[in-house]
Design a protein around this ligand. Structure first.
Ligand SMILES: C[S@@+](CC[C@H](N)C(=O)[O-])C[C@H]1O[C@@H](n2cnc3c(N)ncnc32)[C@H](O)[C@@H]1O
Length: 177
């Protein structure tokens, strides 16, 4: 989050005429928000970028009032190959750092959330995965069945086929008791 992004957000709020909106600069692992002070937490495609997801989940629990709700939209993934997990660019593309839906729900449960429900889920197909993989400069070379080294594009296609159906966008709703 850069100062320029904060400035643009503040300019939009000013232009909208809204007077009850405030922008605070901070990290999701250390929210600049008082304990038990908010009714709702919403987030779209940010938590997968944190290497400390358990800390983020407990921060959400800390700032919500009792009975407060959250709606988190995020990417989850099953059985990612190690090269994707260690790819910096795929981490930044919201795939490399994604955990499984089960781990996500377990992490939220560990932070005390109740009534957890996955309200929407969309699985990425081969073409969508290829779009992500092609942003990486780190697709490793592969050998084709004929023993020829694959082109980068062929390798991307191979991995896209491998990952198809394993990456999803989900929306999780939950409540603090
Ligand atoms: C994929 S974008 C999503 C932005 C926005 N939520 C949306 O729906 O358009 C991810 C955003 O998360 C921010 N981000 C990544 N890690 C963060 C962290 N640890 N704390 C706060 N923001 C973070 C990035 O700066 C970026 O703006």
């Amino acid at each position: 989050m850069t100062d320029e992004m904060i400035a643009v957000a503040r300019a939009h709020i000013l232009a909208s005429g809204l007077v009850n909106v405030e922008v605070r600069k901070g990290l999701i692992e250390e929210l600049p928000v008082d304990d038990s002070s908010v009714d709702w937490v919403i987030s779209n495609c940010v938590i997968n970028l944190s290497p400390e997801k358990e800390r983020v989940f407990s921060e959400i629990a800390r700032v919500l009032k009792s009975g407060g709700e959250m709606l988190l939209s995020d990417i989850v993934a099953e059985e990612l190959p190690e090269w994707i997990r260690s790819s910096e660019s795929l981490y930044c593309s919201c795939i490399g750092g994604a955990i499984s839906e089960e781990e996500y729900l377990q992490g939220l449960t560990n932070s005390g959330f109740i009534d957890l429900e996955v309200r929407a889920s969309a699985t990425y197909g081969e073409e969508e995965i290829k779009g992500y993989v092609n942003t990486s400069n780190e697709v490793p070379p592969l050998l084709s069945i004929e023993g020829e080294t694959m082109s980068r594009n062929d390798a991307a296609e191979h991995y896209s086929a491998q990952l198809s159906g394993k990456v999803r966008n989900i929306q999780i709703h939950g409540r603090k008791p």
